[in-house]
Design a protein around this ligand. Sequence first.
Ligand code: G6P
Length: 469
Amino acid sequence: MPAADFVVVANRLPVDRVEGPDGEETWRTSPGGLVAALEPMMRSVHGAWVGWAGQPDVELDPFEINGIDLVPVALSAEEIADYYEGFANDTIWPLYHDVIAPPQYHREWWEAYVRVNRRFAEAAASVVASDGTVWVHDYQLQLVPQMIRELRPDVTIGYFHHIPFPAHGLYAQLPWRDQVIKGLLGADVIGFQRAQDATYFLTAVRRRVRYEVKGSAVTVPTEDGGTRTAVARAFPISIDTAPYKELAARPEIRARAAEIRASLGNPKKILLGVDRLDYTKGIRHRVKAYGELLEDGRLDVEDVTLVQVASPSRERVDAYVHLRDEIELAVGRINGDNDTMGHTAIRYLHQGYPREEMVALYLAADVMLVTALRDGMNLVAKEYVATRADNHGVLVLSEFTGAADELRQAVLVNPHDIAGLKDAIMTAIEMPSGEQTKRMRALRRRVLENDVNAWSSSFLRALSDVRTR
Ligand code: G6P
């Protein structure tokens, strides 16, 4: 494989290895916002993608799929438990999402995180061409920028943080808080979803390592006694809008949307929630508010159905096991109390679906509920908007998502306020058609103009600006 001028480093490869029905090995695109966001760009630029194939102990040589060079990084079962399920998803994930679940701090997990980050950095350093560019992604790999810099001082390094960065009062809990900041500062540009995330990071830089910060620029001391500049600022991510627009226009997808409505007993209004089954997504709050609206008689099960798609995620982490039990108990109770033979209160689906089916669901949904307690961006909100070329449908959107900074014409809610959430759901259900159109037009303008290509171009432009300075 020739040296690559442009290398993406992410925890996951954009494919998963799966066994076919006859035991043969095939590859399929893996789930997750990051993959959806970067795939289109990786097809247009000749580059390499360093990542994990999603299974334990799989040692694979680099290979090519759909014009992308893939460089697999192997993880043992123990490393998956300590680095991925442990430090990434049971320490950093809850800490960075405002401690919605309590973060666990274990020294062995940290050691595995350092070891695995070094493996990713070495893989990237060995495939990148001289004076090339490496773009590192997300909280699983926060030490990789500095590790690559030590191995390959010639390359330009970008880092994008897809999840929130917490306020200093919370960040300060992390026993390895200084090491993580220094790891990130190995990048020339450190991108965040919201301006607030960048501000919190720069505060942590000032308070912890005491480097000079001016605006978005950090003066970082170098080994030779000199300094270099690292820039930290917001680059809100988006989606590739074209497939959503295209699928929404297809007659068979529109027919599928009508079929979904009919199979739910043609309720007057369909509400929709689409999330990974994660405690940050506010699924419990949403279900509670909806259940109370039925109980209060403000909604009637004959008129309305909530479709909740909760795709399985991180199923071996305790907090996720408990969350699933809680949600399924709540859904079962609400359905038991309200269902009739022909109508269900909540159609709960613990499954993932292909994009075609998601677009049909978005078209069928009169109200889209995005009630995350904390979310870096939330691409589902943008997918819904991109799909609604008919300028109908209402987006209810949590203030605690990155998307809320941009999608101001949504019905914005504080999901912790159950009474407010109930009112917001009623406002969405009762919104007149003209008002829906006015809001959806403005939302669509925003999402279609600021798509994933605009995002990656602006990040890469900032990266080349810093390097030529
Ligand atoms: C979030 C993270 C991604 C991650 C995805 C799926 O969107 O920001 O980095 O890939 O969740 O989670 P998983 O643990 O399955 O990779």
